[in-house]
Design a protein. Structure first.
Length: 470
């Protein structure tokens, strides 16, 4: 714990949706939802306008459509978001050599290590300067939290949203946390929160009063002891630079325990896709795939498989995680799932593609027929008549056989360029037609035109920068 609030947490505001609004003038001030558009798709990010209707991240896309039927529903453009993220991370790197990215839109910064802050006044000045630089560079807003620990800095940035800065003075942590819900603490999701509620603990002060022994009895040694320290505002975790990262992982805690084996397998595959997205964003590959399963009784199992070499291929990670799941008994229900990749490297061993094919072929030996498994991201390519979606997923796509003609697909939100009308983006497609709105980030809302999906003058385009230079 520090005597000065020199740990900064940055969280970009509704990042994916905000980037889409900034690049598409016609969507500014309107509800925008980014995610998988298929029947099993989930919301990645919702704009603040969409959140007023109750839409939030990780919500099934079908539910989001019912809550906000008039919102714009777009397929993610991860390469575009990554380019913006790189600009933001460069600005963070100017503040300190110790920057710990958590995702494309979130990071911790040790201001003291960069020599830019050693007290509250200098820390606040650095935070405000950062917010102004991000807006000038990317056209987007970010919220900043400043505190003496990572946990409190993250809580502060959440309170600062949207487009604000909150500084929490060291020494005030216990007073700040005491009346808050237990859910404010890291590691307390819906399931753990409900478990604590049944034990009579709903606020952070309840946890402190219960004591460490009671929390260990309820949650196990590691989780209980850690939670007791956090409830007292204690968190001495250092900011760790990206170069020191040893693994990349993602996990989800579910509101209701999962029992259906098919649904559990689907969630594992979805997590594998997200994990690879983070892995690629960090510029790494990895050779050990890890599956984490927390069961209905709070027992946590981890299983791992080490490959012959490092990979960042989603198919390889997905298949390995699926094999690990087969060795886990989920009969009583699952409350948390996680997929991680460790043994990180800066290169990929190409023959792992062959390994994945060999493993799949081996698994199919003796089978009467093959069953194709479609991931949530791939389902985004199917769409429905209402959304007029025929575009391929932004996360993964199925490559055609070499002898088949390549069919152009038009995903909602993706960039195009027309030989006559210039740059635009896909509003929707279906029944052999594609509708495009022609506008640029710095233009007025543009006109909408419709073309045949095979119009030779219409081609996929490159994302334009959000801030016009020169």
């Amino acid at each position: 714990m520090r005597a000065a609030p020199t740990i900064l947490h940055l969280d970009m505001d509704a990042f994916f949706a905000a980037a889409e609004q900034a690049s598409k003038p016609s969507l500014r001030g309107k509800p925008v939802v980014v995610g998988g558009l298929g029947p099993r798709g989930v919301v990645a990010t919702a704009s603040y306008e969409a959140r007023r209707f109750g839409v939030h991240s990780a919500m099934p896309m079908g539910q989001a459509r019912r809550l906000a039927p008039n919102a714009a529903y777009l397929v993610p453009r991860f390469s575009f978001y990554r380019s913006i993220s790189e600009q933001v991370m460069e600005l963070l790197g100017r503040l300190s050599p110790l920057v710990e990215p958590l995702s494309l839109d979130e990071a911790f910064v040790d201001l003291d290590a960069g020599g830019v802050a050693d007290d509250s006044a200098s820390a606040r000045a650095a935070g405000e300067r950062l917010r102004a630089d991000i807006l000038a560079t990317t056209g987007l807003t970010g919220s900043v939290g400043l505190a003496g620990s990572k946990m409190i800095a993250k809580i502060a940035s959440e309170e600062a949203k949207p487009d604000g800065l909150v500084l929490i003075e060291p020494g005030t942590e216990r007073e700040l946390l005491a009346p808050r819900s237990v859910r404010i603490l890291p590691g307390v999701g819906p399931a753990t929160g409900e478990h604590l509620r049944r034990a009579g603990m709903t606020t952070v002060s309840d946890l402190v009063e219960a004591g460490e022994d009671e929390l260990v009895r309820l949650l196990g040694r590691a989780h209980g002891a850690s939670l007791y320290l956090m409830a007292q505002g204690y968190d001495d975790r250092p900011v760790v630079a990206e170069r020191d990262a040893k693994s990349v992982s993602v996990e989800d805690t579910f509101d209701v325990d999962l029992h259906d084996r098919v649904r559990i397998r689907f969630e594992v595959e979805r997590l594998a896709e997200r994990c690879v997205g983070r892995l690629r964003a960090s510029g790494h590959s990895g050779r050990t795939i890890v599956l984490k399963v927390r069961r209905f009784d709070f027992s946590t199992l981890t299983r791992s498989e080490t490959l012959r070499g490092p990979t960042d291929d989603p198919g390889v990670v997905r298949e390995a995680a699926g094999r690990l799941l087969e060795a886990v008994d989920t009969t009583g229900g699952v409350r948390l799932l996680g997929v991680g990749v460790s043994g990180l490297a800066d290169y990929t061993q190409e023959d792992l593609f062959a390994q994945a094919e060999a493993d799949a072929a081996h698994a199919a030996e003796g089978a009467v027929g093959a069953v194709a498994t479609v991931s949530a991201s791939e389902e985004g390519a199917e769409g429905d008549a209402g959304a007029a979606v025929t575009g391929a997923s932004a996360v993964a796509s199925v490559e055609p056989e070499a002898h088949e003609p390549v069919e152009r697909r038009w995903a909602p939100g993706h960039d195009v360029r027309h030989a006559v009308y210039g740059a635009g983006w896909v509003q929707g497609s279906g029944v052999g037609r594609v509708t495009v709105r022609f506008e640029e980030p710095w233009s007025e809302p543009g006109r909408v035109r419709t073309f045949a999906v095979d119009d030779p003058e219409l081609e996929p385009g490159e994302a334009l920068p959000l801030v016009r230079r020169g």
